[in-house]
Design a protein around this ligand. Structure first.
Ligand code: AMP
Ligand code: ZN
Length: 114
């Protein structure tokens, strides 16, 4: 999608600190990290939010989750613990409407989130 920030990262027109990439998934460091480890894991296909997923996207969702688990190991937080966050819509604070999973770790996190 031409006016989407994260599609720009996928196609290389916007620079990002990419930590993982394959055909289906890209992960890159969040530009405003909220924890010592904070990466965003996104499908390379433009899907705005969870409620837009269709059964055709099942393989994409599986690939994103598999990459998330592998990244937690690679980034050294699999044992200490980490959190996956998907903000959906205005009340949750979603600002970029290209589906993305926040992977946060490297510090103690509170519950419930604010
Ligand atoms: P959300 O609020 O859940 O939609 O998350 C969007 C995230 O994208 C925020 O944590 C931003 O800090 C992050 N972000 C915005 N622009 C960039 C960028 N150019 N590179 C990396 N992360 C970004
Ligand atoms: Zn997009």
């Amino acid at each position: 999608m031409s006016d989407c920030l994260f599609c720009g990262i996928v196609n290389g027109s916007i620079k990002a600190d990419v930590v993982y990439r394959d055909e289906t998934v890209i992960a890159f460091k969040d530009i405003v990290p909220r924890a010592p480890v904070h990466v965003l894991i996104i499908p390379t296909a433009h899907i705005a939010m969870l409620s837009d997923l269709t059964p055709n996207d099942d393989k994409i969702v599986a690939a994103v989750f598999r990459a998330t688990g592998k990244l937690a190991e690679q980034l050294g937080v699999a044992k200490s613990g980490y959190r996956i966050v998907v903000n959906c819509g205005a009340d949750a604070g979603q600002t970029v409407f290209h589906l993305h999973y926040h992977l946060l770790g490297g510090r103690q996190m509170g519950w419930p989130p604010g």
